[in-house]
Design a protein around this ligand. Structure first.
Ligand code: GDP
Ligand code: MG
Length: 151
């Protein structure tokens, strides 16, 4: 089982898409391990987007990520990191496949609905960045989720 970080970006909150997007992950069969609303600071965004610090749009994405609170979620499941990236779709909403979250809801590179961790290493770092240990929950949902690992 893996855990991965998803952030519902301010554009998602502003457009009233919170339920729609959470529903995508839920219906897929991922298990919600943690969720909260937070207002991101410039400091935490500089850390989170450090890989883009040389880009001309660095300050712009940090500003866009702090116009209102975001919702951070931890989703759990077999291959959850890959599965969530697949559900999110390509970074640029205009290139993302229809049927993906970005493909269905975004016409923008920047305002692309969700952040999703891109590897086991970044998922571990990003979950630590946004959640304390006591904010992530292990619980049993049903027997099926555990059996997928044996597919
Ligand atoms: P992701 O992993 O698919 O989210 O993409 P990246 O890690 O490469 O970029 C992080 C975020 O920066 C993206 O989700 C976009 O919101 C934003 N971003 C990436 N490329 C661009 C760009 O060319 N212009 C702008 N304005 N924002 C971008
Ligand atoms: Mg990324």
């Amino acid at each position: 089982m893996e855990k991965t970080l998803v952030i519902l970006k301010p554009c998602t909150i502003q457009r009233g898409l919170i339920g729609e997007i959470i529903s995508r992950f839920e219906r897929k069969g991922l298990q919600l391990a943690g969720m909260k609303m937070i207002w991101l600071t410039d400091n935490i965004l500089s850390e989170h987007y450090a890989h883009l610090k040389e880009k001309p749009f660095f300050q712009r994405i940090k500003d866009a990520m702090s116009v209102c609170p975001v919702i951070v979620c931890c989703w759990e499941g077999v291959d959850a990191i890959h599965v969530v990236r697949q559900l999110a779709g390509a970074t640029n909403g205009r290139n993302a496949q229809p049927g993906t979250i970005r493909g269905d809801f975004s016409m923008s590179v920047q305002e692309n609905i969700v952040h999703a961790s891109d590897s086991p290493e970044t998922a571990a770092i990003e979950l630590k960045r946004f959640f304390n240990d006591d904010e992530l929950f292990d619980y049993r949902m049903n027997n099926l989720l555990a059996t997928y690992a044996n597919d």
